[in-house]
Design a protein around this ligand. Structure first.
Ligand code: SF4
Length: 413
């Protein structure tokens, strides 16, 4: 538990602004000055209630959100100095509630005659389900994996987000009355037509961006090349990969850092992150960079991987080229190619929606994203989409925001 003087000192930095920019920076408009004011009054219970009322995933957001680009990045205190440590204070309140076994009492309205199918139990689907249930709708989540949580369960490793935290959240969602069916895949076991036949008037698609971006390094298939989502999933389900040897992660986002730190925990001999641009332009959070370096990950900036050699079916070395930055873009430096001996390559350069699957269902997509209106409704009436399906470079909190907004539109608020 944090030192209380430290907590109060950090809370005292908040100016309780009349027009709080921090709230504007938060995708779900958390009432930051209100909960911090309650901390200043030593009323932690009320601070907890304020956070939970707006977001049952508050604990998760305070741990994984890119706050530097959201609430803290917008705090007026940050203009001339240090912003208020909003995530630290939010985490403190959630830790306090856990230690004191405080349960937030969720209020649901009486039954609303709306039956909704939510596809995917990731942050967007869970947020949508919570809001719908609070409004009294009949909600069923269909999740293709065995466990709920999506990226929270299968993507973010447990050294960043504990499995207990995710389990507690799913327990809360079930306690609300949301029905959950796991092992059911959209496009295979169910589709829009079959759901409509079963009486689901509304459908929310929140299955995430399932097609991970890669590019070809070799003509032939090679062992030792992974996509970050499959790599992280293996770790998260306890199927560790052996003999990773020297491992290179290609990418510069938080997923690249999760993959690199996970590779070290799986026993990789050395782990490098190769990023095509420089540190300033890297999208990952600074804290991720700091913790990865502390773990022993080695950073190689302004370097692109353009090919590889395969020996006996295994990746053996990669061909790299150095880059220079022009207008924030990485430009190859001619003749700077070099080879690097590696055993494993992990791609962590983003992902896109499964457009084929969506188009087969009649859903319109563009550039790897589902086309939606301002309420996140797709081109099909009463079919909504959120999370990574509608935004590239999304975050947990942004995904929650899309789920909440779609739910409000479904219930007619
Ligand atoms: S912008 Fe900063 S100082 Fe103002 S209310 Fe938000 S956290 Fe407090």
């Amino acid at each position: 538990m944090e030192n209380l003087d430290d907590v109060l000192n950090k809370a005292s930095k908040c100016l309780n602004c009349k027009n709080p920019m921090c709230r504007k920076g938060c995708p779900i408009a958390t009432n930051i000055p209100a909960f911090i004011s309650k901390i200043k009054e030593n009323n932690y219970l009320e601070a907890y209630n304020i956070l939970q009322e707006n977001n049952l995933m508050s604990e998760i957001c305070s741990t994984v959100c890119p706050v530097e680009r959201q609430c803290m990045g917008s705090c007026v205190r940050g203009i001339k100095g240090e912003p208020v440590q909003i995530n630290y204070l939010e985490r403190f309140i959630n830790d306090w509630a856990k230690e004191n076994n405080i349960k937030y009492e969720i209020k649901c309205k009486k039954s609303l005659n709306k039956k909704v199918a939510v596809i995917g139990a990731g942050p967007a689907g869970l947020a949508c389900s919570i809001e719908l249930k609070k409004a009294g709708a009949d909600v069923t989540i269909f999740e293709k994996e065995d466990k709920c949580g999506g990226i929270l369960e299968y993507g973010i490793p447990d050294f960043r987000l504990s499995k207990d935290t995710i389990k507690n959240l799913i327990d809360k969602v079930q306690a609300l009355g949301v029905k959950i069916k796991t092992g059911v895949e959209f496009g295979k076991d169910i589709d829009i037509k079959s759901l409509r036949k079963e009486g689901y008037e509304y459908i929310f698609l929140g299955m995430g961006a399932e097609n991970q971006t890669t590019y070809s390094l070799t003509k032939e298939q090679a062992h030792g090349v992974f996509k970050s989502d499959e790599f992280l999933k293996k770790y998260n389900i306890g199927k560790h990969i052996e003999n990773l040897g020297v491992t290179v992660v290609i990418g510069g986002g938080n997923v690249a850092f999760d993959s690199a730190r996970t590779a070290l925990r799986m026993g990789a001999k050395e782990v490098y992150i190769l990023y095509r641009r420089n540190e300033e332009l890297m999208p990952a959070r600074k804290i991720e960079l700091k913790e990865a370096i502390e773990d022993g990950v080695k950073m190689v900036f302004q370097t692109k991987v353009i090919g590889a050699n395969v020996v006996n079916g295994n990746i053996n070395e990669i061909e790299c080229i150095k880059t220079k930055i022009e207008n924030e873009k990485a430009v190859d430096i001619e003749g700077s190619n070099y080879m690097m001996k590696v055993d494993t390559v992990i791609f962590a350069i983003g992902s896109k929606a499964n457009e084929q699957l969506l188009n087969n269902s009649g859903i319109k997509t563009e550039n790897g994203l589902v086309c939606v209106d301002e309420n996140y409704m797709t081109n099909i009436d009463k079919v909504y989409a959120g999370g990574d399906l509608v935004e590239s470079k999304s975050s947990v909190c942004r995904a929650i925001a899309t789920g909440k907004k779609a739910a409000k539109s479904i219930v007619g608020e």
